[in-house]
Design a protein around this ligand. Sequence first.
Ligand code: ATP
Ligand code: MN
Length: 267
Amino acid sequence: DYDQYQKSGRGDSGDERHKDKSDRATTEQVLDPKTRRILFQMINSGIVSEINGTISTGKEANVYHALSSSEDLDTPDKHVAIKVYKTSILVFKDREKYVTGEFRFRKGFNKSDNRSMVKLWAEKEMRNLKRIHAAGVPSPEPLYLKRHVLAMTFLGDSKGKAAPRLKDVEFTDEDPVSRWRSVYIELLAYMRILLQQCKLVHADLSEYNILWHRDRPYIIDVSQSVEADHPRSLDFLRMDIKNVNDFFKRHGISVLSDKKVFQFITK
Ligand code: ATP
Ligand code: MN
């Protein structure tokens, strides 16, 4: 948070600190000066017209709801989601395994430099989302990237209410089990496209990183996703499969065995 950030000595000059004092009591107080500057730039350059409350505050990132007035952004209802990656060192320590062996990110990877590391995660999410979106797998479309701040299409209703995570979805149909079964099958198909077409393994796939939007499972949170040729990609795939299978099992679906799913996705 802001205070932590200032104390860590990585903050801006005393001048900046002074300037910020007056509005530190506002909702912006959790944002460090650099992040605030990027968000203000986004408003000034017309990418978004206003930035509203948080959709989610997490360990690794905060996600904000924003509105766009830009004609250039083809976003339904002009709602935008802005993901701000956190720059604290602890969060990124255990992420190293995803980067090691990643050819795209070998160059420029410097674990001693927090900020550039976080910037890498944001870049990675942008590129992965682009690929996934281009392949037709339901996912947010990345719109704009500036350092560790990524704007993407908002998943949710026209009033700005964010789509629920799959873990929080309840079907009120007559036959919820058959509904869940078709969601399961659809998801397996997306996992297969992810690998075969996008050459990616999500590597953190679970009911927490799937949003239920417009009657479809949308895949989000792909900054840690790895290339199919990553040395551990198939380990990550097995973990993804286990998470997905466990979730659907809990909904009473007779799922395929992990092994069968693995074969379906990889073959
Ligand atoms: P943390 O692990 O710290 O929570 P994260 O890296 O998991 O952050 P995400 O999973 O990408 O971040 O996003 C966090 C939450 O924000 C999601 O669970 C979802 O509820 C919401 N969210 C993310 N992207 C969008 C979007 N495009 N539209 C609507 N809501 C979103
Ligand atoms: Mn997540």
